[in-house]
Design a protein around this ligand. Structure first.
Ligand code: DX5
Ligand code: ZN
Length: 226
């Protein structure tokens, strides 16, 4: 399967959001990554829930919500009134509700994902792997864009691929955090499915979104998988 790219909305220029969303569609980005924080699970607050309503009016890319909140279960009801393709929550936040949340999302026809912070081993989510649609491997600590990449985390992708193959599980492996021209060659050697482009990979490029994405697509490691 060829690699897909998701654009992290929290890194967009909010004064020009409509145009940027249209541009993302035009250049062929595959998905939108939508970070929601509560200032407690991570010391930051970025996007609000209701902005999703406006985004879906001007952009038809599938939206993956990434919850970085202490009580993700409290957010689900508010989110499902909007057109969202998947919701991922951190297993570190409230592990006692993980299975219940996955089942609840499936009951509401939303893909269910688990995100793991760099410090969290794959063994911690082993028992739920057969039930989820997405695993987000974070390659920076959650909460902020523009942080240092943590390469040692990439071995978790290998472990997740091995478990998926051995058990015929179906989850998609996403990589989130400092995915850019410098880190993609190494990331690609681990064969993930979706790369999330944030500040250093897409929105922070002074030459604009189109030029930034073109540079990524022409990397030999990406080109060969197209
Ligand atoms: C960080 C977010 C990421 C963020 C990544 O907590 O989950 O989606 O946008 O931005 P970069 O790629 O700049 O690290
Ligand atoms: Zn994210």
């Amino acid at each position: 399967m060829s690699i897909l790219f998701s654009a992290s909305v929290m890194c967009a220029d909010f004064t020009d959001l409509k145009n940027q969303l249209k541009k993302l569609e035009e250049i062929g980005i595959h998905r939108l990554h939508y970070d929601i924080m509560d200032g407690i699970f991570v010391p930051n607050i970025t996007l609000g829930i209701d902005m999703i309503r406006d985004i879906t009016k001007v952009c038809s890319l599938p939206i993956d919500v990434h919850l970085m909140v202490t009580e993700p279960a409290n957010f689900l009801e508010m989110l499902i009134k909007y057109k969202i393709d998947s919701i991922s929550f951190h297993v570190e936040s409230n592990p006692n509700e993980a299975f219940r949340m996955v089942d609840w999302l499936h009951d509401h026809n939303i893909k269910a994902g688990i995100a793991i912070s760099p410090i969290t081993p794959v063994s911690q989510i082993e028992l739920i792997l057969g039930r989820v649609d997405i695993i987000t491997v974070m390659t920076v600590d959650p909460g902020f864009a523009g942080q240092h990449f943590i390469p040692v985390v990439l071995k978790k992708i290998d472990a997740l691929r091995k478990i998926r193959e051995e058990n015929n599980f179906k989850y998609t492996i996403m990589v989130d955090g400092s995915v850019n021209l410098k880190t993609i060659p190494e990331i690609m050697t681990h064969s993930p499915d979706i790369l999330i482009l944030g500040n250093s990979g897409l929105f922070g490029d002074s030459e604009g979104l189109e030029a930034a994405y073109k540079k990524i697509l022409t990397l030999p490691e990406v080109k060969t998988s197209l």
